[in-house]
Design a protein around this ligand. Structure first.
Ligand code: R5P
Length: 292
């Protein structure tokens, strides 16, 4: 296998290469033309190789770069091209709510998969997007990576900020052998939510260590509200953990002010990247695509 790290995921791509017995790894050369368009060239001997391209797609420029990377690998006569999209952007709109809307998750899945022999992504916003990829697609989870990290930290209770995260927090609870609860969440607007501990759910024992587990932290509104609620309930410490740390605007500082730790995986570059999904991606590459 030959790993290529796009600009959004260079460090993670190198970690994946190390997990695969330090298979060849390179970073493409790129520059911008005067009009802003990207020029891209991949190096190395890709002829006949199984090429793995690692690139998150948080914004439009990163999506275009991924499309160019796939094309460059094809031009270099790669035997197979596997696309790893650790953070798959545009995934929130996974259905049409109003007439005339674009279903962005489906559109991106179709185009990213168009010239790929396989796709790997991590904790997609919605499982239904998996159906929109044409080549075989595999979804890794950020939960084992976070669990490996939390195994060395004090944790008494795991908390999902909403019912939608129950499967996630339950999986984490199983891996760590800890109890969990799910809060009730009502979204007020894109930056604010109301949360409460459901009636009948076990209340946090005062003084204990709680960790909130979410798939993505965007504005930080959910984590800030959850941390404040759990502190009022008597938590001794509250940490926040997520797979994808977007940390928009001042989200990181706002969360830092109300928590005792912030942990994210390395699907996105951010100041909380403390757990790597590289072993989980490498496992899929090895088992599903065969490294060589
Ligand atoms: C919601 O369904 C997700 O699991 C996250 O809780 C949400 O996207 C976090 O967004 P924010 O950080 O803006 O509250």
């Amino acid at each position: 296998m030959y790993i290529i790290g796009g600009s959004a995921s260079t460090a993670l791509a190198e970690r994946v290469s190390r997990e695969l017995d330090s298979c060849p790894f390179s970073i493409p050369y790129s520059k911008r033309f005067p009009d802003g368009e990207m020029y891209l060239r991949v190096g190395g001997k890709l002829d006949g190789e199984e090429v793995v391209i690692v690139q998150s797609t948080r914004n439009d420029a990163e999506i275009v770069e991924l499309l160019l990377l796939v094309d460059a690998a094809r031009e270099s006569n790669a035997r197979r091209v596997i696309v790893v999209v650790p953070y798959f952007g545009y995934a929130r709109q996974d259905r049409r709510f109003y007439p005339g809307e674009a279903v962005s998750a489906r559109a991106l899945a179709r185009h990213i998969g168009l010239d790929a022999d396989g796709v790997i992504t991590v904790d997609l916003h919605s499982a239904r997007t998996l159906e929109s990829f044409q080549p075989p697609v595999f979804e890794a989870s950020g939960i084992p990576a976070i669990a490996r990290l939390l195994a060395h930290r004090p944790v008494d209770l795991l908390v999902s900020p909403d019912k939608g995260g129950v499967d996630r927090v339950r999986r984490m609870a199983e891996l760590l052998g800890k109890p969990w609860i799910a809060l009730e969440k009502r979204r007020i607007d894109s930056e604010h939510v109301e949360l409460q501990i459901p009636e009948g759910a076990p209340q946090p024992i005062p003084g204990t260590h709680l960790v909130i587990v979410d798939d993505v932290i965007s504005t930080g509104g959910t984590i800030v509200a959850a941390a404040q609620l759990l502190a009022r309930a008597g938590a001794g410490s509250v940490a926040a953990a997520c797979t994808h740390g977007l940390f928009l605007k001042d989200a990181f500082e706002r969360i830092k002010a109300v928590t005792d730790g912030i942990y994210s995986t390395d699907t996105l570059v951010n100041p909380a990247e403390k757990a790597s999904v590289a072993p989980d991606i490498a496992k899929i590459l090895r088992e599903r695509f065969g490294s060589g």
